[in-house]
Write a protein that binds this ligand. Structure first.
Ligand code: FAD
Length: 389
C-alpha cells in the first residue's frame, strides 16, 4: 500500500496534521508506538482559550477553567493574578489526544497502533519506514514523534540544542481550590518553576522543570506541599518528559517534515507546546497539500514549511528563549527583589489587564514587563540577550 502521507506519532501535532490531510482526501496513515492513543503522556494539560477557539477543540476534555494563579517567591511572598474571563483551561490530556485522533479517523485517517518506527529511508520516488512490524511506504512522511525522537537526527536534520526535563506526579489535593500555584526559586526548581495544578475532584498535578535531578527536586516539592497541608503525603508515581527550549536547526528535507516537540516548537518560557505544535501542524499540512497536489516533492517545496512556521513563531521563540535564559541566571535574592517590586507597584495588574495580554504569546508580555522594570533599576540583572548558546 502506498500512502500519500505517513505520520509518525499520534500526539496532538501528528493527529492534527492527519485530520487536515485526510479531510483533503489524502490517504493518511498514523503510526503510533503505543497500543493506545494518549498513553503515558507527561503533561499538565494547560491550554489557552485562543487555541481552543482556533482549533475548535471539543470542550468535553476540559477539567477546569484556569482563571487565577498564585505565584510564590523563593522567600514565600505571594502574588495572586486573576482575569475575569479565564485565559486558559486545564484539560484531560489523554482525552484531548483521543479526541484529536478520533477527528482524524472520522476524516478517513488510518491509525496503526503498537508500531514503532525505527528508521526512515528517503528514496527518489517514495519514503520507506522500517517499523517494529511491517515496513510502510508513502509518498511523504511527517515526523511528529515528540521530544527526544532521533528520527530527524538520523536524516541529518540536527538535534534540539537545549532542553529541560519535566517531572510530574498526580497527587491527592486537600482544601481544593481552582487556583494554579507556581513556585519560584532554587529550592524547588532552580532556573525554572514548580507547579500545583488542580485537575479533577480531589486531584492535582504537582510538577516542575529542572535541568538537573528533576525527580529529587519533585520529591522535596511534594514533601513541602504535604507539610503545608495542601496535598496528602505522597508516594505517587513520578513521570518524566523532556521539553525542548530551542527548535531543530532544520525541520524539512525532500518528502519529509518534522513537527511539534520533535521540531522543538515549544514555548521556552513555560514549556507549553500544544498550541504552537498545532499551529505548525497546520502549516505542515498545507505545504504537504501543495506538494501532493502538484506532484512536486523537491526540498524547495518543503522549505515553505520552515519558512511558514518561522515567520509565525521565530521572533516569539527567540524573545522567549532570551527571557528564559535571563531568568535562569537570576539568584533567589534577585527574583525576590523583582517579585517585591512587581507586588508593590502593581505592574502585574497593568500587564494582565493590558489590551494585548495573551496567555500564549509571551514576547509582548516580556517586552511590556521590561518597559516597567527597566526604569526601576532592574536592567543590570538582565545580561545581554543571546550571549551564550
Ligand atoms: C511535565 C510536562 C508538562 C507539560 N505541560 C504542558 C501544558 O500544560 N500545556 C502545554 O501546552 N504543553 C505542555 N507540555 C508540553 C506538551 O506535552 C508537548 O508540547 C506536546 O505533547 C507535544 O505534542 P507532539 O504531538 O509534538 O508530541 P507528543 O505529544 O510527545 O506525541 C508524540 C507521539 O509519538 C509517539 N512516538 C514517539 N516515537 C515514535 C516512533 N518512533 N514510532 C511511532 N510513534 C512514536 C509517542 O508515543 C507519542 O504518542 C508539557 C510537557 C511536560 C514534559
Amino acid at each position: 500500500m502506498l500512502y500519500d502521507v505517513i505520520i509518525i506519532g499520534a500526539g496532538p501535532s501528528g493527529s492534527y496534521a492527519a485530520q487536515r490531510l485526510a479531510a483533503l482526501g489524502y490517504k493518511v496513515l498514523v503510526a503510533e508506538q503505543h497500543e493506545k492513543v494518549g498513553q503515558l503522556v507527561c503533561c499538565t494539560g494547560i491550554i489557552g482559550r485562543e487555541c481552543f477557539d482556533i482549533f475548535s477543540i471539543d470542550k468535553s476534555v476540559i477539567l477546569r477553567e484556569a482563571a487565577s494563579a498564585k505565584f510564590l517567591s523563593p522567600g514565600g511572598e505571594s502574588l495572586r493574578v486573576e482575569r475575569e474571563t479565564a485565559p486558559a483551561y486545564i484539560v484531560d490530556r489523554p482525552a484531548f489526544d483521543l479526541t484529536l485522533a478520533k477527528r482524524a479517523q472520522e476524516q478517513g485517517a488510518e491509525y496503526l497502533l503498537g508500531a514503532r518506527v525505527r528508521s526512515i529511508g528517503v528514496e527518489k520516488d517514495f519514503v520507506q519506514l522500517e517499523t517494529s512490524g511491517e515496513d510502510l511506504v508513502g509518498k511523504t512522511a511527517v515526523i511528529a514523534s515528540g521530544f527526544g525522537s532521533t528520527l530527524g537526527q538520523k536524516l541529518k536534520l540536527g538535534r534540539v540544542a537545549d532542553f529541560v526535563i519535566g517531572a510530574q506526579a498526580e497527587v491527592a489535593a486537600i482544601n481544593e481550590t481552582n487556583e494554579v500555584e507556581v513556585y519560584l526559586g532554587s529550592k524547588f526548581a532552580p532556573g525554572f518553576f514548580a507547579w500545583l495544578v488542580p485537575t479533577s475532584e480531589g486531584k492535582a498535578l504537582a510538577g516542575l522543570l529542572s535541568r538537573h535531578r528533576p525527580g529529587l527536586y519533585l520529591k522535596d516539592f511534594l514533601s513541602h506541599l504535604s507539610k503545608q497541608g495542601k496535598i496528602e503525603a505522597s508516594t505517587a508515581r513520578i513521570s518524566y518528559g523532556g521539553v525542548p527550549l530551542r527548535p531543530l536547526p532544520k525541520t524539512y528535507r525532500e518528502r519529509i517534515i518534522v513537527v511539534g516537540d520533535a521540531a522543538g516548537q515549544t514555548k521556552p518560557t513555560t514549556g507549553g507546546g500544544i498550541y504552537y505544535d498545532l499551529l505548525c501542524a497546520q502549516i505542515a499540512a498545507d505545504v504537504l497539500h501543495q506538494a501532493l497536489s502538484s506532484g512536486n516533492f523537491s526540498p524547495k517545496i518543503f522549505a515553505r514549511y520552515e519558512k511558514g512556521w518561522h515567520s509565525k513563531l521565530s521572533t516569539e521563540l527567540r524573545i522567549d528563549y532570551w527571557a528564559r535564559r535571563s531568568f535562569e541566571r537570576l539568584s533567589d535574592g534577585q527574583i525576590e527583589k523583582i517579585f517585591h517590586l512587581i507586588c508593590s507597584s502593581g505592574i502585574h495588574d497593568t500587564l494582565l489587564n493590558a489590551k494585548d495580554f495573551s496567555f500564549d504569546w509571551h514576547s509582548r508580555l516580556i517586552l511590556n514587563g521590561l518597559r516597567h522594570l527597566i526604569p526601576r533599576g532592574m536592567l543590570q540583572m538582565l545580561r545581554a540577550p543571546f550571549k551564550d548558546r
